[in-house]
Design a binder for this molecule. Sequence first.
Ligand code: SF4
Length: 318
Amino acid sequence: MGESVNLFEIKGVYKCYQKKSKPKVYAVYNVDLNIKKGEVLGLVGESGCGKSTLAKILLKLEQPTMGQILFNGQDITDYSFHQMRKIRNRMQMVFQGNANAFNPHFTVEQIIGEPLNNYSNESKEEKEKKIVSMLEKVGLNKTYLTRYSHEMSGGQRQRIGIARALILHPEFVACDEAVSSIDYALKNQILTLLTDLKQQFGLTYLFISHDIAAVNKICDRVVVMYLGNIVEVIPNINNNAQHPYTKALLAATLIPNPKNRRKNTVLFREGEEIKIPDKGCVFQNRCIYTQEICKNEQPALKTQKEGHYIACHLCHHS
Ligand code: SF4
């Protein structure tokens, strides 16, 4: 088997926000990450942990405060808008297919056709042919061309979002909570569709979700983020997760009765403001195993075994 090649490599990436007279807040903190060609990399963590910011940094929709982004071995960190335009068609994003995901005045044809209008000089007929063909690939047909987004279900909107992202035949698609607003049966259909399309088009996905079950179904590897930091990278999150935060995240997701979820977990409560510690482990204020060393030294992301990395002082002592 040939060695895997990285489509994306990010090194030492930080994203820092500072409002007037307020302390700095890091949405992304010293992140190193590779995304291999052809893989589905999951990115999990609660809302506000920096998942979406990291995706936007990869696609250069946001500029990192510090660090380096390589795409196909090319350093794109300081690419201008015009330089990015030349490669923008190779990387796309799919968002949550909720009711206001698209311009309400656009028909499906206009929604899917917009990237073609921006990036190709083909005739109207050629574009329409491509749009119909892409509609069919996502399980819809040409009767949808004249519909508006409010006339469709969440699942149909999600398919339109996917068609729009794929119309320029990108190599990479970041799916940001792409199955979060749809019910269980539809969710499975969309996950199957994403897997089929990946095979057909040779895609690489970054699959961002707080839905561990969906992540388990589709991802080859999972990255767990907590307050802007990667705390664990694991091939199968259900199997062998060791970081206390990953375990808490799994416990909160996998305990079927929501009433029982809180007992053993250490997760955000709605509206709660979490203070990022000045030093030491980012998870120390919520971890049930915190020790003196955790308050003083930030644990580095270290290899546990091949492909499995953990940032925790305790996890490496066993
Ligand atoms: Fe908990 Fe310490 Fe590990 Fe951080 S380093 S997760 S505080 S045990």
